[in-house]
Ligand binder design. Structure first.
Ligand code: RIB
Ligand code: CA
Length: 317
């Protein structure tokens, strides 16, 4: 089987870095581009970090595009430096990359690649969904020409992490997310229902440090910052570090490690629940909000021991 061609849409980001390295280390996947978006950092730094990560991986042949600086409806001014560091990489302050982003925007790159490779490209958004909504606006036919969309974001049956209601990627652009969930393409939501079960322990992190792989070494450098944040917020309740974004990559590799429901999903855009993803879990003829909305796959459970072990075996062999 030829590898599955993927475009990772990302805001790197500590767990984004882990996901990118996981994908680059997996022969079943061919990363044909990194498209960047605001989120964990402003978009200029997101593109810079993507270039830096590809240099660490020795994969400067992969193009990086720079995309949305703001959500569809408002300015973005709130990067979570307390989670990912001022540099988005745990304050390790990497040197500037040698390369630069391509001239196309993230949305333009996505459209060009999907339309010139019909049925072949999988989109893996692991940041706010703005670039994906902009790509749909630019060329709605990508919905019929993409292979699938596997995104990290949302919370179906569990609380949010950005607010009590909402997960961070969806909260950063709920209007874009509602467009993406309603586009009628094969879509899988890998949200907090499963990513909050994907925990890497201290001991496992130490084994990254023992690996000679430059990717594993970088992960070992940047993760302590993220782990400190997690401990400050959760105490020892979580027992380690949540690998949200890597879990979307794991879904591509071992979908049978996930329990999946098929539901239509709307995204709340108003009030205190702004950014909440609402699946229609029971058929209900009075549920007008979901009228004519397509079903999507929603991951609700995971064999996380299996997905975490797979990530280690790939990134820190
Ligand atoms: O909620 C988890 C998501 O938001 C991940 O994509 C992570 O990078 C964070 O910013
Ligand atoms: Ca991310």
């Amino acid at each position: 089987m030829p590898p599955q061609k993927i475009i990772i849409d990302t805001d790197p980001g500590i767990d984004d870095s882990m996901a990118i390295f996981f994908a680059l280390s997996s022969p079943e996947l061919e990363v044909i581009g990194l498209t960047t978006v605001f989120g964990n950092v402003h978009v200029d730094l997101a593109a810079t970090n993507a270039l830096r990560l590809l240099e660490i991986a020795g994969r400067t042949d992969i193009p990086v595009a720079k995309g949305a600086a703001n959500s569809l409806v408002g300015d973005y001014d709130n990067p979570p430096a307390h989670i990912h560091g001022d540099d988005g990489q745990g304050n390790v302050h990497l040197p500037p990359p040698a390369g630069k982003p391509i001239d196309q925007t993230s949305a333009q790159f996505i459209v060009e690649q999907v339309m010139s490779n019909p049925g072949e490209i999988t989109l893996v958004p692991i940041g706010p969904l703005t670039n994906i909504a902009l790509a749909l606006r630019l060329e709605p036919r990508i919905a019929q020409n993409v292979k699938q969309v596997v995104l990290m974001g949302g919370n179906a049956l569990v609380p949010g992490n950005s607010t009590p209601a909402a997960e961070a990627n969806i909260k950063d652009d709920p209007e874009a997310a509602d467009v993406v969930f309603g586009a009628g393409w094969p879509l899988t939501m890998v949200g907090l229902d499963v990513t909050t079960k994907a925990v890497v322990t201290d001991e496992q992190l130490q084994s990254y440090a023992r690996s000679s792989s430059p990717m594993a070494q970088h992960i070992a450098r940047i993760c302590p910052f993220y782990l400190d944040f997690s401990r400050r917020v959760n105490g020892n309740a979580v027992g380690g570090l949540l690998v949200h974004d890597s879990t979307a990559v794991a879904y591509l590799l071992v979908p049978d490690a996930f329990t999946v429901k098929s539901w239509p999903v709307r995204v709340e855009t108003q009030g205190m629940s702004r950014g909440k993803t609402w699946p229609m879990v029971r058929p209900n003829t009075r549920a007008t909000y979901w009228h004519n909305r397509p079903n999507v796959n929603v991951c609700v459970d995971i064999d996380s021991a299996r997905t975490i072990a797979l990530e280690f075996s790939r990134v820190a062999p």
